[in-house]
Write a new protein. Structure first.
Ligand SMILES: C[S@@+](CC[C@H](N)C(=O)[O-])C[C@H]1O[C@@H](n2cnc3c(N)ncnc32)[C@H](O)[C@@H]1O
Length: 207
C-alpha cells in the first residue's frame, strides 16, 4: 500500500515515483475522488474562460490515469490529445478511457521527437516532481507552437521554498503570464493536505 505522507514530503527518485504511481494506479481515481481533487476541473474552467480558439493538438504531460485528459476531452471534443507519464500502469488505465490519440511512457524532462507541435500543453498535479525547471521549460518551449499555451498547477508551499516567482520571471523572454489563480484547495478531504496545502493554477503563453 502506498504511503500517503510521502505525497507531501517527497517520494524519492524517478524510479521510486514510478513504482509509487504504478502501485497506486488502480485505486488512484477513487482515492482522488474521495479527497475531492478539483485541479482538473478548475484548470479546464480556466482554459475555457481564457483560450478562445480550440487547440488542435494538446499534450497532457504526467497524464496519470487521465483525469485531466477527461476534462480536456469534454471541452475540446475535436482536439487530438496526446499524453505521457512515467507510470506504465497509470498509462494502461488512461488508455482504457479512449481519450488520448497517443500515450507514451516518458519522463517529462526527456525531449521526445513528436512530429508535430502543440497548441496546448498541461502538467496538472505534477510540478512537484520537476527536478530541473530550466530543462522542463525548455522542452515545453520546444514542443509548443508560437502563441501556444502551457497550463500547470503548483503547490504554494513549494512555490515559496523554490522561489518560483523568480523562476517565472526568468522565463519572460519565452513566455508571458496569461493567468495565475488565487490559492485553491488541492486535496481538501485528505487529512494531511486539507486547507493547509494549496495550489495555484498558472496559464502561460509562448511569445
Ligand atoms: C498526482 S498525479 C497527477 C496525474 C494527472 N495529471 C491528474 O491530474 O490526475 C502525478 C503524476 O505524475 C507522474 N510523474 C511524476 N514524475 C514524472 C516525470 N518525471 N515524468 C512523467 N510523469 C511523472 C506520476 O506517474 C503521476 O501519474
Amino acid at each position: 500500500m502506498f504511503n500517503q505522507k510521502s505525497l507531501i514530503s517527497g517520494i524519492g527518485n524517478l524510479s521510486n515515483i514510478k513504482k509509487y504511481y504504478d502501485d497506486w494506479s488502480v485505486k488512484y481515481d477513487v482515492t482522488l475522488n474521495n479527497w475531492n481533487y478539483q485541479a482538473p476541473k478548475k484548470s479546464a474552467r480556466i482554459l475555457k474562460q481564457r483560450i478562445l480558439s480550440h487547440p488542435k493538438n494538446i499534450l497532457d504531460l504526467a497524464c496519470g490515469t487521465g483525469l485531466f485528459g477527461h476534462e480536456l476531452n469534454k471541452i475540446y471534443k475535436n482536439s487530438n490529445i496526446y499524453g505521457s507519464d512515467i507510470s506504465y500502469q497509470c498509462i494502461k488505465i488512461a488508455k482504457e478511457k479512449n481519450i488520448y490519440k497517443n500515450l507514451k511512457k516518458l519522463d517529462f524532462e526527456t525531449k521526445y521527437d513528436y512530429k508535430i507541435r502543440f497548441d496546448l500543453i498541461s502538467l496538472i498535479g505534477a510540478m512537484t516532481y520537476c527536478r530541473n525547471f530550466n530543462k522542463l521549460f525548455s522542452i515545453i518551449n520546444y514542443y509548443l507552437n508560437k502563441k501556444g499555451f502551457f497550463i500547470f498547477s503548483h503547490r504554494i508551499d513549494l512555490w515559496k521554498t523554490q522561489d518560483f516567482d523568480n523562476i517565472l520571471k526568468k522565463l519572460s523572454n519565452n513566455f508571458k503570464i496569461n493567468y495565475i489563480s488565487t490559492p485553491c484547495n488541492y486535496l481538501p478531504l485528505n487529512n494531511d493536505f486539507k486547507d493547509k496545502i494549496k495550489i495555484r493554477i498558472v496559464l502561460l503563453q509562448k511569445c
